[in-house]
Design a binder for this molecule. Sequence first.
Ligand SMILES: [Zn+2]
Length: 245
Amino acid sequence: MQSHRSSQAPRYAAAVPHEEEHRDITSGGPRAAIFGMSDGLVTNVSLILGFAGAHPAATVVRLAGLAGLVAGAFSMGAGEFLSMTVQRELFERELDIERRAIRDTPEGETEELVEIFRKKGLAPELARRLAIEVMSNPELALETHAREEFGVDPSALGSPIKASSASFVAFVIGAFLPLLPWLIGSGGGAITWSIVLGGAGAVTLGAVLGRLSGRSWWLGALRSLLVATLAAGVTFAVGRAVGAG
Ligand SMILES: [Zn+2]
């Protein structure tokens, strides 16, 4: 359907890349999982070192780390669920419009496909034959229109529950790492181990992400370590300054 495409093109342009990210998560996308873990790691390393910098009792640091883990995981999970649900509803509504157009004005939709196939470089007769063939199968017709017009695969809209639980779990794993030393020990030893585990985690996640993105693993590791160090360093300094005052 031509009319809704032109009027809503900007919204699709914004929504489609986001949908791609989500699809990564629902298909167990390792990239999304690594990002979630990295989020949890950086958040909690910063939070824990920020509290530790103020030299409170170990129980306070432990409580802060635990609160950071729970709050962050729920916030990530809830945010993922809401954005995914809204997006699904949006795409489903657009699919409905397309489905109705295919049913009610098949001639116009056929012409639209002919145009799309011709733009891809097919000869006019072949484009028409292909368009007629596609339009003879309602499911295939809908899928083709959806893909070509707004880049969505109707069978892969993604599940909000799956996406949100994946985000939740990934964040928990990342946030748990720097918290672990405080469940066992306290003081300078726990601070050191939080830094070591946080640093090792950041390097590992960065390296894996670098490999998954097809870049060099050590560059990814270095960048991830730098970001984590910067975040943790700033909160440590703030904690120290406020704690001393
Ligand atoms: Zn259409």
